[in-house]
Design a protein around this ligand. Structure first.
Ligand code: ZN
Length: 129
């Protein structure tokens, strides 16, 4: 792990070798919880669940599987992105013959009041690579 007063960095290793890593404490996150997840072929997440106030953004990074959302089943694969409202009941399952990797980002629903162009500040600093 590397850190300074303005950043903290870690290495997750090969994403197809991890099971589940929560990054809130590892990276000292203050506005989101992020998990990195890998489901072996045929395996589903252990909990069918919803949330009280957090929406979740699922970013699928490898393999394929299915995403059960309030009775609707979505096919997901590398490149799929899904936002789920707090009350949405959800479960993820890897394909019977292929593993599935994804990140899940939890944020307080409705908390984003500005982003990107409203928040970004251009700097004159020239990086020395
Ligand atoms: Zn959740």
């Amino acid at each position: 792990m590397e850190e300074s007063k303005s950043f903290r960095a870690t290495e997750l290793g090969p994403l197809d070798r991890l099971e589940r890593i929560m990054l809130k404490d590892t990276l000292a996150l203050t506005g989101a919880e992020i998990s990195a997840n890998h489901l072996p072929a045929g395996q589903a997440t252990p909990h069918v669940h919803s949330h009280k106030r957090n929406e979740e953004i699922y970013l699928f990074t490898g393999g394929k599987g299915r995403f059960w959302l309030d009775g609707t089943v979505l096919d997901v694969k590398e490149g799929s992105a899904v936002r789920v409202s707090p009350a949405g009941v959800r479960c993820v399952k890897a394909d019977d013959h292929e593993a599935l990797s994804y990140f899940c980002i939890q944020v307080d629903a409705g908390s984003l009041v500005q982003a990107t162009r409203q928040d970004g500040v251009l700097s004159d600093v020239k990086p020395q690579w």
